[in-house]
Write a protein that binds this ligand. Structure first.
Ligand code: URA
Length: 422
């Protein structure tokens, strides 16, 4: 078998066999095939797609590139987001669901493209260990009901390498690549019940509802072939979630939500996703589950669980990276905010150091943006639109102002939860 023939086959829109996918993925993991050839194949997949059979085969090959964990724990549920801007739901949901008596064992990713990643956010907490051995991971879930780790050790090493390569080669936005990346991790980390937040909109990887539905159905079909229950919740990413964008800033906002003081859109989404997770794991109705998760948010148990989880993974919650160089950006006009270019905002945060442009880049965890105004809000001339937390990179202020469309008429309110696909 030859890698060039495989690249050409995909370039010519043909279906790859499982053996060919094994040859590429295992060759890449074992450093026998270089980045540039895999990048070329990834781009051919982005452009020409994959059949469902190929996508299921690719997931299986990636999944089997490493260790598969059988957690053998009751009431286990996992959650994943396809990625958005300001999406810190895992940091809030994990503790809410664990405080509700459901085990959460989660493998998360780093930032990808213009979207942030949970692992980068957790690493903004000094000392936080994202890399745990299998036994430590299982022990933690058994003891406190919650652990979030990176693609560490030997669990889906293929995704770890391919994910980092996609991030810097313009090959992120592809339904088969996203579906296989997410589902290989979810299946390898052992949960029987999986909730996936499929983000839709200008700040998401899926820009329209049709693509988001196709992605959702693909992941559900992959789940079925492993006997896993998958529920996909399509949610709006035309605006950033909450107000804070940037790793350390998002941790701070998550704590505010757990204290009951966070933005209501973010709290509402976490309660909704949390009730689906608890309902699946405990086999109770979503209404019943909602009452449980709401109670555990309101009574402070979820906040206590968050602190317990951070401390267990050796994070110092009093030491979160936040830049102390803050610039206030004011509106040049008066009117209603009718649109926010969310993808561009994500790019700006990445470019001031909050994300990676090259695989080897290190992140500045303290930088980011706090929105003072969101879609639907009225802003006056010279009133603050955003605060930018910055350190050593240049900020293009006009580029940032251009992310906001301001008009005389207020926009229609959009629903945060668009659809639920089971
Ligand atoms: N999340 C993942 O884990 N993988 C993707 O490809 C996109 C989002």
């Amino acid at each position: 078998m030859n890698i060039i023939d495989i690249i050409l086959k995909k370039k010519n829109k043909q279906e790859l066999t499982k053996e060919e996918l094994e040859f590429v993925i295992n060759g890449y993991v074992n450093n026998e095939i270089p980045d540039y050839q895999v990048s070329s194949l990834l781009m051919a997949i982005v452009l020409n797609g994959m059949t469902l059979k190929e996508t299921i085969d690719l997931t299986d090959v990636m999944l089997n590139s490493g260790e598969i964990i059988n957690l053998d724990l009751p009431d286990l549920v996992d959650k994943h987001s396809t990625g958005g801007v300001g999406d810190k739901t895992t940091l809030i949901l994990g503790p809410i669901v664990a405080a509700s008596g459901v085990n959460v064992a989660k493998m998360s990713g780093r930032g990808l493209g213009h979207t942030g990643g949970t692992i980068d956010k957790l690493e903004s907490i000094k000392g936080f260990q994202v890399s745990l051995e299998r036994e430590e991971f299982i022990k933690q879930v058994k003891e406190i009901g919650l652990s979030v780790i990176s693609q560490s050790g030997n669990i889906v090493p293929a995704d770890k390498k391919i994910y980092a390569l996609r991030d810097v080669t313009g090959t992120v936005e592809s339904i088969p690549l996203i579906a296989s990346s997410i589902m290989s991790k979810k299946i390898a980390s052992g949960a029987q019940n999986i909730v996936i937040d499929v983000k839709v909109g200008n700040g998401a990887l899926m820009k329209n509802e049709e693509d988001a539905k196709t992605l959702a159905k693909t992941m559900i079909r992959i789940g079925e072939s492993y006997n896993r229950k998958v529920v996909c919740v399509l949610t709006n990413m035309d605006v950033p979630l909450g107000k804070n964008i940037g790793n350390g800033l998002e941790v701070l906002e998550s704590i505010e939500v757990l204290k009951g003081n966070g933005p209501k859109d973010l709290e509402m989404l976490c309660l909704r996703l949390g009730s689906i997770m608890v309902s699946m794991a405990k086999n109770i109705s979503e209404e019943e589950a909602y009452n449980v998760v709401k109670e555990n948010l309101d009574n402070g148990k979820a906040l206590a669980k968050f602190y317990e989880f951070i401390a267990y993974q050796k994070g110092d919650i009093n030491n979160i990276s936040i830049s102390n160089n803050i610039i206030s950006i004011k509106s040049k006009e008066e009117g209603f905010i009718t649109h926010i270019d969310t993808e561009k905002l994500g790019e700006i945060v990445k470019n001031i150091g909050g994300g990676r442009t090259n695989k080897e880049d290190s992140i500045d965890y303290g930088v980011g943006i706090v929105l003072n105004k969101k879609v639907g809000d009225l802003v006056f001339e010279n009133e603050e639109l955003v605060k930018v937390y910055i350190s050593d990179k240049d900020l293009k202020i006009n580029e940032l102002l251009d992310c906001f469309t301001i008009s005389e008429e207020a926009p229609k309110k959009a629903n945060l939860v668009i659809d639920i696909i089971r």
